[in-house]
Write a protein that binds this ligand. Structure first.
Ligand code: GDP
Length: 445
């Protein structure tokens, strides 16, 4: 498909990292240069490449060192997550109007695949239990109405077209009438296919804008041929400016041209890709899933699931280690820091937990930790010597002063941290003794 070359290039880049125990600055630089080149050669616009590479770099060089993964896996994981991000993160679903009909207007250049898409969308909506109609507001091309009628027939969806002699040549009137028609005939979705031109021109934009003003669509979808390469960004911006749109549909993802458009359009327009078309048949159509698309581009399904497994196994091992340490009363400041960092990760789940019954207590605890707090604690602990981290009792007054200075905090804060740590340690060793009856066999207990 349109990502084949990009996928191959990325795989080759990651292959160079395999077997490395740790990544040097040179390794990171080389890898990022290759990724950047691969993206640009795939016709991803510079405007999208720049922030992408910067984000990957920041994470690859940053503190985000996972003990669970080897360096190659870490880079693949980061690239994968950033790809998902640049593709929009989450699937953006169609919004349906509170009072039907929901009006969906399609805009785009001629040949982008609007009419084909209208049929695909109609068929899909039908399978989702809707009762759509198709509207032929493309009266520019002589056979556009006939083409939509053929598509409608294949999709099993009625087509609203101007009666001969009534409204012919006035797509705005047709579009407007179609909405009234849908209301009386109980069609809950109206899909308006508009005219396209081969290039961007003012008259085309004006007509699309007039139709938009007449029917007030709930969703305007910009239909973009993924094979038009570098022109995709320019075209998208022209339509954003001239008509405006809520979401993008990528077509011809089955093609063999370079599909960088797919990766640029979201970043450049700020609008989500909502659907993807990948063939001439009505079934070659799906809701756009950023995660799946990133997976397809990376083409490393095996490696990604390996990464997931490694992380899970690692988390389980960590928890086990921690339980043993607690039971032996060997819980150190390093462990404390690691716990805080795990809680910080959990922070993003705060909202979700608040919605689950019985999770209110956990949520309360999470609320008490804020990210800056964790960063300061990390700074303090990192300013301690290994000996101090193992045994806080040796941290006397002058050591506290040194640690405060080294971490850019105050002695008061260092004192607080040590106190908090000792409390946590006490609480947890009580829990470990009293609260985990399943672990009597632990060594040292
Ligand atoms: P419109 O001018 O925007 O309405 O574009 P059409 O729907 O007429 O499509 C233009 C051409 O592209 C037609 O030959 C379609 O069969 C073809 N087409 C549309 N979508 C796809 C797709 O996803 N993949 C492929 N390979 N061809 C497509």
């Amino acid at each position: 498909d349109v990502f084949d070359t990009l996928s191959d290039r990325l795989s080759a880049t990651f292959k160079n990292l395999r077997g490395k125990g740790r990544l040097s600055q040179q390794d990171i630089d080389d890898t990022l240069r290759e990724i950047r080149r691969a993206l640009l050669e795939a016709d991803v616009s510079l405007q999208a490449v720049r922030p992408f590479v910067a984000a990957v770099r920041a994470r690859a060089e940053g503190a985000e060192v996972s003990k669970a993964l080897n360096p190659a896996q870490q880079i693949v994981k980061i690239v994968n997550e950033e790809l998902v991000g640049i593709l929009g993160g989450e699937t953006r679903r169609l919004r349906f109007a509170k009072n039907p009909p929901t009006v969906i207007m399609l805009a785009g250049l001629q040949g982008a695949g609007k009419t084909t898409l209208a049929g695909k969308l109609a068929r899909w909506l039908k399978t989702e239990g809707h009762t759509p109609i198709l509207v032929a507001a493309d009266l520019q091309r002589p056979n556009a109405v006939t083409q939509l009628q053929v598509v409608g027939e294949r999709a099993g969806v009625p087509v609203f077209a101007p009666e001969p002699g009534n409204g012919v040549g006035d797509p705005v009137k047709v579009a407007k009438d179609s909405v009234d028609f849908a209301k009386t005939k109980m069609h809950d979705v109206v899909i308006v296919d508009t005219a396209g031109r081969l290039g961007i021109d003012a008259e085309l934009m004006q007509q699309a804008a007039d139709i938009r003003d007449a029917v007030r669509p709930d969703e305007i979808l910009f239909v973009l041929d993924a094979m038009i390469g570098q022109n995709a960004v320019e075209t998208a911006l022209a339509f954003q400016d001239g008509v405006g749109f809520d979401g993008v549909v990528l077509t011809k993802l089955d093609g063999d041209a370079r599909g960088g458009a797919a990766l640029s359009v979201r970043e450049v327009t700020g609008k989500p890709v909502m659907f993807a078309s990948s063939g001439e048949k009505l079934e070659d159509f799906d809701v756009f899933h950023p995660e799946r698309m990133a997976g397809r581009i990376l083409d490393m399904g095996d490696m990604l699931s390996l990464i997931e497994q490694a992380e899970k196994a690692f988390d389980a091992r960590e928890a086990e280690d921690m339980a043993i340490k607690l039971a032996r009363n060997e819980f150190t400041l390093d462990d404390f820091l690691r716990q805080m960092e795990q809680l910080k990760k959990l922070g993003s789940m705060k909202k979700l937990m608040g919605m689950l019954p019985g999770m209110a207590d956990v949520k309360q605890q999470l609320n008490e930790i804020d990210d800056k707090d964790v960063d300061r604690i990390a700074a303090i602990i990192k300013s301690m010597t290994p000996g101090e981290r193992d045994d806080v009792k040796i941290i006397n007054g002058s050591r506290r002063q040194r640690i405060a200075k080294g971490s850019g905090t105050t002695v008061q804060e260092v004192n607080n941290l040590i106190e908090r740590f000792l409390e946590a340690k006490k609480m947890m060793s009580q829990m470990a003794r009293g609260g985990m009856p399943g672990m009597p066999g632990l060594p040292g207990v």
